[in-house]
Design a protein around this ligand. Sequence first.
Ligand code: FAD
Length: 423
Amino acid sequence: MMESPCQSLWRASATDAPQLSALKGSHQVDLVIVGAGFTGLSTALHLAKEGMSVLLLEADELGYGGSGRNVGLVNAGVWLEPDLLDKQLGVEAGRRMYDALAVAPDSVFQLIEEYGIECEATRNGTLHAGVGQAGLAQLERRFAQLKLRGAPVSLLSAEQAQARIGSDKFNGALFDPRAGTIQPLSYVRGLAKAALKEGAKLFEYSPVTSLTSSQGNWLVKTPLGEVTASKVILATNAYCQYGVANQSSKFVPIAYSQLASQPLTSSQLAKILPNKEGVWDTCTVMSSFRLDQHGRLIFGGMGAEGRVLSNWASQRVRELFPSLGKLTWEYSWTGKIAYSADHLPHCQQLKEGLLSISGYSGRGIGPGTVMGMELAQWITGQREALSVPMTKLKDIPFREIQRIFYELGAQTYHLGQQTHALR
Ligand SMILES: Cc1cc2nc3c(=O)[nH]c(=O)nc-3n(C[C@H](O)[C@H](O)[C@H](O)COP(=O)(O)OP(=O)(O)OC[C@H]3O[C@@H](n4cnc5c(N)ncnc54)[C@H](O)[C@@H]3O)c2cc1C
């Protein structure tokens, strides 16, 4: 019987957070940012660097949202296949977004280097692992589309994938050397320290409870303080609280849970992910795995939580890596992924001076970082447009029913896999 750990590895192993307080009293700045994840912090950092007075408000602690809970795969591009991106947005806008986000890992790793952010940064690429013939066909399609756009990807055979992953259960893998892995909460904390260094003001435990506009200014209220600014950027993604500008209704939040094992032995590490790439698979109910700097195996899956997920993860790890034997899971945590209707990020001009950026659909490390840079360039007049669409996101109808549908589907899948394995 598995014990039930429920602590995040990222929280347990992150670098120190900067000491921040809650907002008190009245303030006036050029721009307020709501939310301290990759998007909000990158925006604060880059705007402060441009000399603007910026104040960021976080409802909880830095990285409380998806940014402090994710897998840490710094991937290029967006979730959708490149051709689908062109189909959804039209070729010109699709290519603009593809080009900007294809180099997103460069932006992340350059920032890490520039500000000396300690976050277990490893740029050895990622592997998209093909499950079954359908998975391989998906990888072949993606490979052809990425090659047409000049991406330096390679399609590995089942034997090559086995050598890189240490499992014979995949029909092939798409290797992307542009990508890498990070400790995501340490990256968040490092971005916050960089933003403070550039002069941004950051506050934790300061939930924005109301936003009102009058005569070209916004009044942003928190329980103990208030700020006036001409512009407000909402960077709250799946974790929007207090119904700020009704952002929650624009996406379906799907749970994604992860477990981390005890550190593997050096002989196990010689066989499993010897190059330390991050991996995710082609299944509709996706799973992912990677190592941290101490050689812990971090295994994640969509939809399920608690005992269902941990039993399934133990079973799946035994199938993939039988030589590991029984693993002890020492950490476990869950996050919410914000799926927008078209699975793409959008910047919305909600009202004059009020912007929101959200809907990363499970790929936000590179895009969130890049959007922060682009917003700063756009607001300071250095670029004409962002590389994501400036559209009002529509409310997703029956989003709670859709969430339950996805999560029940994933639970059934995980339970079904266990039953199948017991036969
Ligand atoms: C489990 C999981 C795994 C993932 N894996 C990957 C991955 O491997 N690679 C990848 O690229 N992406 C991944 N993602 C997606 C990525 O983590 C997100 O897209 C990204 O973190 C979004 O960043 P953000 O800054 O926009 O929002 P968030 O990080 O969610 O931050 C929003 C913040 O806003 C705050 N907030 C909300 N309301 C208020 C309010 N009223 N007042 C003040 N503050 C408020 C919240 O407390 C929160 O801290 C994953 C996501 C999850 C959940």
